[in-house]
Write a protein that binds this ligand. Structure first.
Ligand code: ADP
Length: 171
């Protein structure tokens, strides 16, 4: 798998699938979730509602797939990142964040999607320290050997995340 880094808006990405940092309700929220639903139109929300009706909420670390509506991508994978609290919970929170990346890659493979773009899951409203989240994301992706996925793009929206990824990917 080739790993790429860009700074920008994930809703503009022309890849097979973009990942949404959703919340467990799957019914939309702020940050990147709000941006994806705004740009993709109501088809995404309707698909999320159908999943909700079938399976209930999406658990932290897990992922579901829907249409991408009006977006240039074909599909959206919605994953629920952990909220960062640190302390005794930190190890579990780190494991759940890694699970998000791994489960998204698995779901992309099951759907024969060969290019995938990730936002910086849990580093906004869910307040994961950005350097820590960067290391977890890159390690999870590098550890996942795929025969299907060819390109993984990390899409950073803010400077701090972009700097973290630049230094870890180039260092
Ligand atoms: P979480 O609740 O998982 O923390 P947020 O959406 O609050 O999710 O933040 C996750 C990351 O998404 C943040 O680093 C934020 O800068 C970034 N982000 C916000 N809007 C966009 C966008 N349009 N494209 C890509 N990343 C975005």
């Amino acid at each position: 798998m080739k790993i790429e880094l860009i700074k920008g808006d994930i809703t503009k990405m022309e890849v097979d699938v973009i990942v949404n940092a959703a919340n467990s309700s799957l019914l939309g929220g702020g940050g990147v979730d709000g941006a994806i639903h705004r740009a993709g139109g109501k088809a995404i929300l309707e698909a999320c509602q159908a999943i909700r009706n079938k399976q209930g909420k999406c658990k932290t670390g897990e992922a579901v797939i829907t249409t991408a509506g009006d977006l240039p991508a074909e599909k959206v994978i919605h994953t629920v990142g952990p909220v960062y609290n640190g302390g005794k919970r930190e190890e579990k929170e780190k494991e759940l964040l890694a699970n998000c990346y791994t489960n998204c890659l698995k779901l992309a493979e099951e759907n024969n999607l060969i290019s995938i773009a990730f936002p910086n899951i849990s580093t906004g409203i869910y307040r994961f320290p950005k350097a820590m989240a960067t290391e977890i994301a890159i390690n999870a992706v590098k550890q996942h050997k795929s025969k299907i996925i060819e390109t993984v793009v990390f899409v950073c929206f803010d400077d701090e995340n972009h700097e973290c990824y630049k230094s870890l990917l180039n260092g």
